[in-house]
Design a protein around this ligand. Sequence first.
Ligand code: LLP
Length: 421
Amino acid sequence: MDHFQYANGELCAEAVPIRQIADDIGTPFYCYSTATLERHYQVFADAVSGLDATICYAVKANGNIGVIATLARLGAGADVVSVGEMKRALTGGVPASKIVFSGVGKTADEMAAALKAGVLQINVESEQELETLSQVAASLGAEAAIAIRANPDVDALTHEKIATGKSENKFGVDWDAVPGLYAQARDLAGIRVAGIAVHIGSQILDLEPFRQAYGLIAGLVETLRADGHDIERVDLGGGLGIPYEHETPPTPEEYGAMVQSIVGDLGCRIFFEPGRLIAGNAGILVTRVINIKKGVARNFAIVDAAMNDLMRPTLYNAHHAIWPVTEPPVGAEEMEIEVVGPICETGDTFGKPRLLPELEAGDLVCVRTAGAYGAVMASTYNARPLVPEVMVNDKAYAVVRDRITVDDMLAREQLPDWLQG
Ligand code: LLP
């Protein structure tokens, strides 16, 4: 459930008409709903409340500091994969003691920064990384609390680009090598084994892959304990899917009950890293129709947002619902039309043709379910500046990231000596 609904014929974010924001700041822009973020966090928290659970919001889904601060106030920790995300989490008010540092390729500098900040845990993805972390921690006189990310070789049954739990994926430590790596970790300076981690992918619509992976992890916890390791924490990653179109993902309650039944008796603190589930339906991308182009084979609504603003349709063939900002009257005639951006590629589309009411130049439309992996994945292709992000809270709204201008972009470039003058 989200808080983007029509009221008095106009699409509103909570109690703020989208048109008002568009009139104030121009288009395109991302708009996030506080009430939706809070609701999603709370529903998930309630679903895992029977466990000693820590919810580390996956900052990669939406790293805006307004979003992070909203969740931090509810008690969320953060899962970060770069120093940049760590700084965002800290700026948004997440204490270092609730930050898990993940990621398949941490540099020594990033490890040092994470240790200096005092993050709760670093998830290790390879033997090489463990050795580097040991050296970095020892040189700082610090101790890194670690979890080793195990690769359970489980098919998450999701889009191939976002499946991470198969042995052919770059993530985690091969299952059979995990016990040996824990044995190594025990003797390494600057390393303290705290737990084990797994994350099998994103937009997972079936409980079965989770059940398989978590069952394997529970077994591994017993093995590692028998080997004398103190496994106090189990990090189960994120990945629970959300409805974009007609999907029916498991509910957080079903997911929570499944987790409880598998790891509930291990006596561990359980970490979750949801991203999409919290932010996905809490954001929309608002855009204005530049032109309607009627062709022989197809009709197009060319809008002022493009694939650089929201990559998901072209990158993953992802479906995002598109709604007109003015509510269509009941029974209004619809036309089949493809909503596309102005970028010079056929891939610059918001998806297959849709049935939409008659649109004309100047109309506002929104691309829904764009709160996760939307603004964070944007680029400046075609010299298109990053668009602003807005947060709504009941009747109030605030710009939480300004529009970047072309001049801002140009100010960061300079001609080499030999081309000056
Ligand atoms: N934890 C780890 C270690 C991850 O790699 C991810 C996502 C998450 C948690 C959060 O997963 P979530 O709950 O959001 O599914 N750009 C893609 C999604 C990439 C997900 C990467 N990892 C998309 O737009 O679909």
